[in-house]
Design a protein around this ligand. Structure first.
Ligand code: NDP
Length: 246
């Protein structure tokens, strides 16, 4: 059931996060939106409210533990509990390793890896106390298959895969009933490519997205499907992408 669930979404200011927030709110969820661009979050929350939905937002840099803790507190203070966290914030400044764009490497690790750790650290005590909860994370097909230019990005997304699987196993063993779902999107038309500064990497990706890219609404549907399952059922993994992308 989605209706009345309290759902935190990181990276909610555009793309997959925005589409998911709107879909879940339209189905009766109480959504809590986080990202750095507060003006985008305000626009999205306003739109949800204008359509009769419930949404609050707070500026969130997922690399900061205190801000992850604060958004969990916002959810609890506003709606009384947290049922789901969708760890979706991420960026993809691809480049060949030989370009030594080490700042980008570290930023990807900070956002795509540590952002996931910080979000889980913020919400896990709630889920353990409730003996229920649902952690959903956006990995990538890049976490399943290596490609030149994507060494660090793919590594961060591979981390998400492994981490989520162990979270699922441990919570099952410990009886905390935390469901997990890891999503592996292929080419989805969002703002993600704007994070690529290396021209050759951008040209390569732009060609793929121009040819195959599909709407982030498709990922939103999959997230909604995972949440909508009976509480005793977890859908652990989804690979979702354009039907014509090889
Ligand atoms: P967008 O660029 O549209 O969205 C990325 C989101 O991440 C934005 O809301 C951005 O918000 C947020 N974000 C980035 N850095 C931070 C930060 N430090 N703290 C909080 N939020 C942050 O791209 P997508 O919607 O495509 O990306 C969503 C996820 O999907 C990412 O994890 C991406 O890796 C993954 N993905 C996307 C694919 C695609 O084809 N689009 C394919 C596979 C995976 P803000 O800048 O306001 O902070």
């Amino acid at each position: 059931m989605i209706k009345d669930k309290v759902i935190i979404i990181t990276g909610a200011s555009s793309g997959i996060g925005e589409a998911t927030a709107k879909l879940l709110a339209s189905q009766g969820a109480k959504v809590v939106l986080g990202a750095r661009r507060a003006e985008n979050l305000k626009r999205i929350a306003d739109e949800i409210q204008q359509h009769g939905g419930q949404a609050v937002y707070q500026e969130l840099d997922v690399t900061k533990q205190s801000e992850n803790d604060a958004i969990v507190k916002l959810a609890k203070d506003t709606f009384g509990r947290v049922d789901v966290i969708f760890l979706n914030a991420g960026l993809m400044p691809n480049s060949p390793l030989s370009a030594l764009k080490t700042d980008d490497w570290h930023q990807m690790v900070d956002v795509n890896v540590k952002g996931v750790l910080n979000g889980v650290a913020a919400v896990l005590p709630e889920f353990i106390a409730q003996k229920s909860g649902h952690v959903i994370a956006t990995s990538s097909v890049a976490g399943l298959k290596a490609y030149p230019g994507g060494a660090v990005y793919g590594g961060t997304k591979w981390f998400v895969r492994d981490f989520m699987e162990v979270l699922r196993m441990e919570s099952a063993m410990e009886g905390t009933r935390i469901r997990t779902a890891t999503i592996y999107p292929a080419a989805i038309n969002t703002e993600l490519l704007t994070t690529i500064k290396d021209k050759a990497s951008l040209d390569q990706m732009q060609g793929i997205y121009d040819t195959y890219g599909i709407s982030p609404d498709r990922i939103a549907s999959v997230v909604a499907f995972a949440i909508d399952q009976p509480e005793d059922t977890t859908i652990n993994e989804f690979t979702v992408g354009p039907a014509n992308q090889p």
